[in-house]
Design a protein around this ligand. Structure first.
Ligand code: NAG
Ligand code: NAG
Ligand code: NAG
Ligand code: NAG
Length: 512
């Protein structure tokens, strides 16, 4: 029986809106005037008088802060260039120590303004000094600040990724806390959304609420900016890589120093923004009919891997049979290394697997001959680039009913494991050579808590989507089977499954 504990704080405290939100805006400046001035060039006398009037009005309102605050409250929904920084109580969660290299920022986006085209740039999480620099390096462009209320302090990473949620909705309907939305005028749009992201760079830096909030907000702004053929870019200034499954590296256009320029696939981003903000809710509600559909079946496959031992060969053969019996016609791809004999490979092919030979990947932090020494070989799944989507299943799993609907889910969709982590025994991934590179690049730096791929992947993909554990579509080949059933299920090629402890991995509990 697995441990069940309910989240301490009820969800309702997160649904309460912050009522004191405008209290903190003590330091108010209105630079909209300056922006206007820059753009119009002040050629017209009447306009100049108008500006003078606006400037003096601004001055007056600054002298009467209460009146100004009231105006702000009533109009805040429509303000995009409102120039409000709360200098006295900067929220440490949102403060980024990233050093903005203006030359790099300029290099990253200079091509976008080719032909001296005026760019509309929306800034998130930059301060007033930095706004000045933006305006200086891009004098032709219209730079504006997007206001973003900060997430409530009560939203922590474990609140977004609770170990347990009531997946069957037996006593409650799980619900995620909500993040404040970026505050822009209706119809406002940008060519570039620029965001300064915090990153502590200490272990676990990628489980950071403010970092997630800022990136989701950038994604929203990109989506709301898109119309027709308009190209929208997102520029991050950050010392650590952005969320790799929200801003995939295949959409990375330029990377200079700590400036990362993306041209997001807005259709994919829009889909991803419909997902719950964390694993605090199921990404597929149990009772909802499959609302999603997939694009190209030929570019979707089930995959598994056999590395360093042939003990799972029979399991893999049975897994293939179970997928076919469940009615799926998608490709079945199995990655095997050279420890899997020709004899076994032929058996796998006969069962329907397309066999791909891989070079295994060693975990540099594992001990020699340790049972998990080669588990990083799983990263090779990301090299299956003739597919857009892969449902990975561990070789010892049985599929009890058709799970093709999971192809409609984005990377990473998985079941929960313990703490804030997902279980890497079944997961939806999106192959991409550069994601594979990303996984390889950090191999010496990131420590996996269990020395296996699960711990490692959970450090890279901290933003994942939960599917229920008890949908009854999966079953361990070994667990619960009688000896005869195992023998019957097995291929009879002489490679009987070993029933050692390692053949029943303890880290996964997919049945109750
Ligand atoms: C803005 O941030 C930069 C770099 O972190 C810092 O040097 C500068 O003092 C900040 N400006 C304000 C007004 O806080
Ligand atoms: C749960 O996850 C944490 C990582 O947050 C890990 O250190 C710990 O060992 C795990 N516990 C169990 C019981 O697997
Ligand atoms: C990924 O890299 C492999 C070679 O390692 C290459 O054959 C394949 O075409 C690449 N895929 C894409 C989509 O570029
Ligand atoms: C590593 O891979 C082996 C073989 O596939 C598996 O039995 C084991 O549970 C994995 N270990 C971890 C920690 O992921």
């Amino acid at each position: 029986m697995e441990q069940r504990h309910r989240p301490a704080a009820a969800a309702d405290d997160t649904t309460k809106r912050r009522t004191t939100k405008n209290k903190s805006f003590k330091d108010v400046e209105n630079y909209e005037v300056l922006v206007l001035e820059k753009n119009c060039g002040c050629k017209f006398k009447s306009l100049r008088y108008l500006l003078i009037a606006i400037v003096s009005a601004t001055f007056l309102t600054l002298l009467t802060p209460t009146l100004y605050e009231r105006q702000l409250q009533s109009s805040s929904r429509y303000v995009d260039v409102d120039w409000i920084w709360d200098k006295t109580s900067a929220d440490p969660r949102y403060v980024s120590s990233a050093d903005v290299q203006w030359a790099d920022v300029y290099t990253a986006i200079e091509d976008l303004s080719a032909g001296n085209q005026e760019l509309k740039i929306g800034l998130l999480n930059f301060n007033s000094t930095e706004y000045g620099s933006w305006s200086r390096i891009l004098p032709e462009s219209h730079v504006s600040i997007v206001r973003l209320e900060h997430a409530k302090d009560s939203i922590t990473w474990p609140k977004l990724y609770p170990e347990w949620i009531d997946e069957e909705e037996e006593s409650e309907i799980p619900s995620c806390p909500s993040f404040p939305e970026p505050n822009v005028r209706r119809g406002a749009w940008f060519d570039v959304v620029a965001v300064k992201l915090p990153c502590t760079r200490v272990a676990g830096w990628s489980r950071d609420v403010a970092r997630l909030h800022l990136q989701l907000s950038a994604a929203k702004l990109a989506v709301t900016s898109s119309r027709g053929n308009r190209k929208v870019h997102v520029l991050f200034v950050t010392d650590c890589f952005p969320i790799p499954n929200l801003f995939p590296c295949k959409n990375l256009v330029k990377h200079e120093g700590n400036a990362w320029l993306y041209r997001p696939d807005l259709k994919a981003v829009r889909e991803k923004l419909r997902l719950p903000v964390g694993s605090c809710e199921l990404a597929i509600p149990l009772k909802a009919k499959a609302r999603l559909f997939s694009v190209d079946r030929r570019r979707e496959a089930y995959a598994t891997i056999l590395h360093s031992a042939s003990e799972y060969v029979c399991g893999a053969i049975t897994a293939a049979q179970s997928i076919r019996q469940a009615g799926s016609t998608r490709d079945l791809v199995i990655l095997v290394d050279n420890t899997i004999s020709d004899h076994h490979r032929r058996g796998l092919e006969a069962a329907g697997w397309k066999v791909r030979i891989i070079e295994r990947i060693r975990n540099p932090k594992a001990e020699r001959d340790a049972y998990n020494e080669w588990n990083y070989s799983k990263f090779r799944l990301w090299q299956l680039t003739d597919y857009d989507k892969i449902i990975f299943i561990d070789a010892d799993l049985l599929i009890l009913r058709n799970v093709d609907f999971l192809f409609a889910m984005p990377e990473i969709t998985a079941t929960g494991n313990n703490a804030t982590l997902f279980n890497s025994g079944v997961m939806v991934i999106e192959p991409s050579n550069c994601t594979f590179q990303l996984l390889m690049e950090h191999i010496n730096e990131i420590t996996s808590y269990n020395g296996g791929d699960q711990g490692y992947l959970n450090e890279i993909f901290t933003w994942w989507h939960r599917i229920p554990k008890h949908m009854n579509f999966l079953k361990h080949f070994w667990e619960g089977d009688s000896e005869e059933a195992k023998a019957r299920a097995c291929c009879g090629t002489g490679a009987r499954p070993r029933t050692s402890r390692r053949a029943t991995p303890r880290r996964r509990r997919l049945r109750r």
